[in-house]
Design a protein around this ligand. Sequence first.
Ligand SMILES: [Zn+2]
Length: 224
Amino acid sequence: MSHPAIDRLLQGHAAFRDRWTQDDRDYLRQLASRGQSPDALFVGCSDSRVIPELLTQSAPGQLFVVRNVANQVPPFDHADSSVGAALEYAIGHLHVQHIVVCGHDLCGGVKAVAQGADVRELPSLHEWLAGVRVALAELPQAADAEVHLRAAVEANVAQQLDNLLTFRDVRAGIEAGTLHLHGWVYDLAGLSVRVFDPARDDFVPAGTLIKGGRPTGGGPLSRP
Ligand SMILES: [Zn+2]
């Protein structure tokens, strides 16, 4: 039985393969034989508009990704084994040097909590959003709804950075200088990223922190 949406996915994969260069093929085969050695663990939202590899122009092998509703990292004493397993594997086995928690403006999960929506008819979602409720518990109400939602998204990212510190391996990596945490917010409408700057205790436009030149384009894989 044919499903147009699934046919589109398979046709998309075929089109993707058609654009590969020989270098792309060599790179993918090397990845297959050598195994992965990603630079970062990326914790993002499941939202279909926020695609980590696309937004960061990362090739296969560069990002180890966890995506869930509202980019949550439940704290260790309330560990979610999916997120916890990815975290342990990324640090302990893959030796990633960076963890990026990336939220996004207009996040449905954060918005539901910020606006006090009742989602108990979706019991798993209601339970999952407990982490967002903690993040927003002490957030002052802004007069402007849009400003409040932006602040809520940022507070949610900041909370997940705090939650990461409840994991022993994260604390050990930071103390050893081998692991670094980063908080980002992707602005869907503005097409830009805000980055948490600990020195200012605030999110600032990513452009102010970028070091070095911008990467140049290549084949569809944007290989390193
Ligand atoms: Zn979201």
